[in-house]
Design a protein around this ligand. Structure first.
Ligand SMILES: Cc1cc2nc3c(=O)[nH]c(=O)nc-3n(C[C@H](O)[C@H](O)[C@H](O)COP(=O)(O)OP(=O)(O)OC[C@H]3O[C@@H](n4cnc5c(N)ncnc54)[C@H](O)[C@@H]3O)c2cc1C
Length: 433
């Protein structure tokens, strides 16, 4: 008896679930469905284009995708091409692995002005995600404000200030590469409501900012405390001490010939985006941190900027027919179990936190639960899904198709770049016609 599982989403959490199901040694048939022709979720569309080593994790997912028990259904949007209800009829288990594709909003006056972007859109744009190809942020500006002091904020800042030589071995989308290279940008401001201790950077990402060819990290030494105080776990204490030491090292970076600056502005709460229709600046309130919380001081300052990127967190979209917790932006579940035969993994389960590997235990838990809960199968699985999609003329992109698309991207690569990404779905499908 083969247990038929449909996994919606081909990001890390989807692939770790498939892998755990295969490793169980049980008789399973796993269909991985993604709305994009391209697999791997944020590995392709989120992880920074200059962090190619991180993206290599997809090689392990490829092994899973090529397993004979697995079928990739790319270019199939669940909700449009097929519904969850239908998948519950065709498969014994449905796993929600759809991630958290939208941004938390700034929620301050002026955040609807032209030139304010969420990081999901902005990162998607420079990574060639088809949803954001036409975003067209105006980089003909001398300064940019990034709200947030986590790794996504630092990724966006780094991509904006690296030199063409530093970006040569990346797969940044061509439209973004052209816009960044043409940009007269000199200053990027990163704002954190709380202090350097509370910032969420990991140390590798932070350290990189001190080693850039043409960019100087700037920190007000008065904002750096003598030591890490607060109630942290031993591990966090160590990480924070490392970050503090790195920020101290920034004070020593030789500024000679550096044309750009990234300013780390801590104790700074953006309160208003300034300008008429378009962004012209950001008004910020100075803060104090008390009991781990940022408290406004009533003292304000403004910086001029032509673009604002809000990197303050991601948010999942409610899924039709599935109970959703609007406050936390996740599905309602009991350790991953959502409803009979429906499971959640990754960011839709836990919220948008953690690194790629954090999704692995989710996959293991879901696989275990599926195999515990389901011990007989009456469902037709893949065959019925194929018929349903054929009736609807859905152009399924299977894994071999994706490999052809990838081959075409690699063949089109310029210089040392690993690939030249297709940035819209028609161009990807044209490779297959
Ligand atoms: C900008 C950014 C940079 C990051 N950089 C790093 C890094 O350097 N290192 C690191 O360890 N972690 C990094 N992370 C974190 C890591 O990417 C996440 O932990 C991980 O991708 C979450 O996996 P997921 O499977 O839950 O979601 P996702 O990776 O988002 O995958 C969800 C998938 O579901 C698909 N999908 C969504 N809706 C539907 C639908 N209706 N029908 C069909 N398919 C659908 C999407 O197309 C997508 O492929 C980064 C995250 C971001 C946002």
């Amino acid at each position: 008896m083969t247990i038929k599982v449909a996994i919606i989403g081909s990001g890390p959490s989807g692939f770790y679930t498939a892998d755990s199901l295969l490793k169980s040694g049980q008789d399973v048939e796993v269909d991985i469905i993604d709305r994009l022709p391209t697999p791997f979720g944020l590995i392709r569309g989120g992880v920074a284009p200059d962090h190619q080593k991180t993206k290599k994790v997809a090689r392990a997912y490829e092994k899973t995708a090529l397993n004979e028990k697995v079928q990739y259904f790319g270019n199939v949007d669940v909700g449009t091409n097929v519904t969850i209800e239908e998948l519950r009829k065709t498969h014994d288990a449905v796993v929600l692995a759809v991630g958290a594709p939208t941004d938390r909003k700034l929620g301050i006056p002026g955040d609807d002005k032209i030139g304010v972007f969420g990081s999901a859109d902005f990162v998607g744009w420079y990574n060639g995600h088809p949803d954001f190809t036409n975003l067209d942020p105006n980089l003909d500006v001398s300064s940019v404000a990034i709200v947030g002091v986590g790794n996504v904020a630092i990724d966006a800042a780094r991509v904006l200030v690296k030199t063409p030589a530093e970006m040569a071995e990346t797969d940044i989308a061509e439209h973004a590469s052209v816009a960044v290279q043409k940009s007269p940008l000199t200053d990027v401001y990163m704002f954190g409501r709380r202090g350097p201790i509370e910032a969420k950077f990991t140390n590798v990402e932070l350290r990189e900012m001190g080693k850039l060819e043409n960019c100087l990290p700037v920190i007000d030494p008065n904002q750096l405390p003598e030591s890490v105080t607060g109630d942290w776990s031993e591990r966090d204490q160590r990480l924070k001490e490392r970050n503090l030491a790195t920020m101290r090292e920034f004070l020593e970076v030789e500024p000679t010939n550096k044309g750009k600056k990234v300013h780390f502005k801590f104790f700074a709460n953006p309160v208003e985006v300034l300008g008429d229709e378009k962004v012209e600046g950001l008004k910020v309130e100075k803060t104090l941190v008390e009991g781990g919380r940022a408290i406004g001081t009533g003292e304000f300052y403004t910086i001029d900027c032509g673009l604002v990127v809000a990197a303050i967190g991601y948010y999942s979209i409610p899924i039709e027919g599935v109970p959703f917790d609007l406050n936390n932006g996740i599905v309602i579940h009991d350790d991953g179990r959502v409803e009979d035969g429906v499971y959640a993994v990754g960011w839709i389960k836990r919220g948008p936190t953690g690194v790629i590997g954090t999704n692995k235990p989710d996959g293991e838990i879901a696989a275990k639960q599926i195999l515990e809960d389901i011990n007989s199968s009456t469902k037709a699985g893949r065959n019925e899904l194929n018929s349903l999609l054929a009736e609807r003329n859905v152009r399924i992109v299977n894994y071999e198709d994706w490999q052809k698309i990838e081959k075409a991207e690699v063949a089109a690569a310029i210089g040392q770049a690993p690939r030249k990404k297709f940035v819209n779905i028609q161009d990807m499908l044209a490779v297959l016609d």
